[in-house]
Design a binder for this molecule. Sequence first.
Ligand code: KIV
Ligand code: NA
Length: 266
Amino acid sequence: GTRVRTRHLQLAKERGEKWAMLTSYDQYTAQIFDEAGIPVLLVGDSAANNVFGYESTLPVTVEEMLPLVRAVVGATKRALIVGDLPFGTYEEGPVQALRTAVRFMKEARCHAVKLEGHRPEQIAAITGAGIPVMAHLGFTPQSEHQLGGYRVQGRGEDAAATVLQQAREAVEAGAFSVVLEMVPGDVAKQVTAELPVPTIGIGAGPDTDAQVLVWQDMAGLRPASAGPTPRFVKKYADLHTVLSEAATAYAAEVREGTFPTATHTF
Ligand code: KIV
Ligand code: NA
């Protein structure tokens, strides 16, 4: 096979080569991002917000996530596909975590799973079964009610030391990479320097080994009504305008009778 493997990401870190990760939740974006050379695609539980329209990531279920993961795996040839474990499907302990991870691997055939927070026992159980685990520290959206909303984590000496310690323990437990979300740039830089595995930043500055963005944010699909775009997002396209203008033009042509024409007719 020609799939990206976790060892390729490890080699990239050793060579000082940075790489980009994007979320994907469907066939077409998966194929486009795969062909664009994005080496890792995350079927994030951010599907809760960006596919299902929920207000947070908490309600999304394994049953909702698995078909999305299956679609992304099936539409790609090269990217390593990471499935994000939903809230409530791994916190009880290593047995529950492994059971959920196995469902992702068997029923959706992804190549790794991701979970949030300080969970060394869960990471050890899942990696012990031969399943690569991506850890996720700093701001962890599944804990937004405890963290008091979308706020930078790891500010101040003690909090920074906690992020570093939790990252070390995730790696000791077997994690192949660590997402750092909304932590100060200097903290992300230090964690990246000290960890032997790749760090993937989102709102964590330029010094992580890799970056991740939610694809609808990256491509400007998010409507203004979804609230202000976070400061760490860069919009590389304006798909919202492109699609809105396409839909408006199509509807106008149907109303005016200028679509369909003879060329569209059998
Ligand atoms: O679900 C998600 O999109 C994520 C990334 C932002 C890391 O967890
Ligand atoms: Na997530």
